[in-house]
Ligand binder design. Structure first.
Ligand SMILES: NC(=O)c1ccc[n+]([C@@H]2O[C@H](COP(=O)([O-])OP(=O)(O)OC[C@H]3O[C@@H](n4cnc5c(N)ncnc54)[C@H](OP(=O)(O)O)[C@@H]3O)[C@@H](O)[C@H]2O)c1
Length: 326
């Protein structure tokens, strides 16, 4: 596919580096609001066309898929512009600021008959697929408890996207989404009950959020997120007869399964922090197959995830201005 990048920040850099591993995928154009930064990004990644004008970018007829990597608050708007220009879309997480926005974007994708997927790259990593294989093969028995954290001591810039409420700042939407998505994915459902505790930052977003959830199948999840504290960022899946441990699970390159007094360890060829090309390939394959959504990260999965995040936000009293828009 021929890709266009809508923003050229930190994650766009990782996306552009990893796509080089795929011989049939090419970035043909990029848009950035900052001309100097955008041009130097394009030079570095050998991208033919740079646009400082977003209308010109969306009118570029060579672009087939747009990768949206602006701050969270601009995801829905960017996706809608791309879809209305007839492009397929891969949109960074969180897909939108809340479930209402997500529904609106998905409705437009359906009207336009264009593919759209939330960039939940973790679900396409070989290590995570191995974890799902172990669970499906009943290695650890029925899953009883999931414990996962994603916490780091992040930027202290009150205007930066991590702390700024106007850019959707806060731990839950930035990193808490990963433990929550793993719990929803493994339980194949959304929580029937949620409780949560929060510590707010001076800017009014959640610096740390801890969630305890119960799923309809009885599975419990203890999920932590922080943009202020370096947590131990493992995913531990406890089953009736064993457990699976995945260090740095959102970018997992290694996992161990403990069962029947044995340990099986899987190590990916890829080092951690690399692996965005698996989702890129998955999107390309799905579009070539004529699909409008991906089987792994379906529209319903994204809507359920957004609804779960909304419910956690209700529990901790975290509100964004988008919540007041219909
Ligand atoms: N999948 C993953 O592993 C992963 C990892 C990190 C982030 N993400 C997601 O990707 C998105 C971007 O994160 P990032 O770390 O790449 O952020 P970033 O480095 O701050 O980049 C954001 C980009 O958006 C541009 N932008 C356009 N309008 C903007 C506005 N009004 N305010 C601020 N920036 C604006 C910025 O332009 P300038 O360069 O002109 O500032 C910059 O190029 C977030 O939604 C985040 O959740 C995903």
């Amino acid at each position: 596919m021929k890709w266009g990048l809508y923003a050229t920040g930190g994650i766009a850099e990782a996306f552009a580096s990893d796509i080089r591993k795929l011989k049939d995928e090419k970035i043909v154009a990029a848009y950035a609001r900052n001309e100097k930064k955008g041009r130097s990004f394009c030079e570095k990644h050998h991208i033919e066309r740079f646009y400082n004008d977003e209308n010109a970018f969306f009118s570029d007829s060579e672009i087939e898929v747009v990768y949206i990597s602006t701050p969270h608050t601009l995801h829905a708007e960017g996706s809608i512009k791309a879809l209305q220009a007839g492009k397929h879309v891969l949109c960074e997480k969180p897909f939108a600021m809340n479930a209402n926005e997500a529904k609106r974007v998905i409705a437009i994708a359906s009207e336009q008959k264009r593919f759209i997927m939330e960039a939940l790259w973790t679900l396409f990593l070989p290590t995570i697929n191995k974890v799902f294989e172990w669970i499906a093969a009943d290695r650890i028995g029925e899953v009883q408890v999931i414990h996962a954290n994603f916490g780091f001591d992040g930027s202290k810039d009150p205007l930066g996207r991590l702390l700024n409420p106007d850019l959707g700042g806060g731990a839950l939407l930035d990193v808490g989404i990963y433990p929550v998505l793993m719990a929803n994915f493994i339980a194949k459902s959304t929580p029937e009950s949620i409780s949560a505790q929060v510590k707010f930052t001076e800017t009014g977003v959640d610096g740390s959020t801890f969630v305890c959830a119960r799923y309809p199948n009885g599975m419990l999840a203890l999920l932590g997120a922080s943009i202020e504290v370096n947590l131990i960022n493992d995913l531990i899946i406890y089953g009736e007869k064993g457990r699976i441990v995945v260090p740095l699970f959102w970018m997992a390159d290694e996992a161990s399964c403990y069962y029947e007094d044995k340990v099986e360890t899987f190590k990916s060829d890829e080092s951690s922090r690399r692996g965005y090309h698996y989702e890129t390939q998955a999107v390309s394959d799905a579009i070539h197959n004529g699909q409008l959504q991906h089987d792994v990260v379906s529209h319903q999965f994204t809507l359920d995830l957004m609804e779960t995040l909304d419910r956690i936000r209700t529990e901790i009293g975290l509100v964004y201005k988008q919540d007041f828009e219909s």
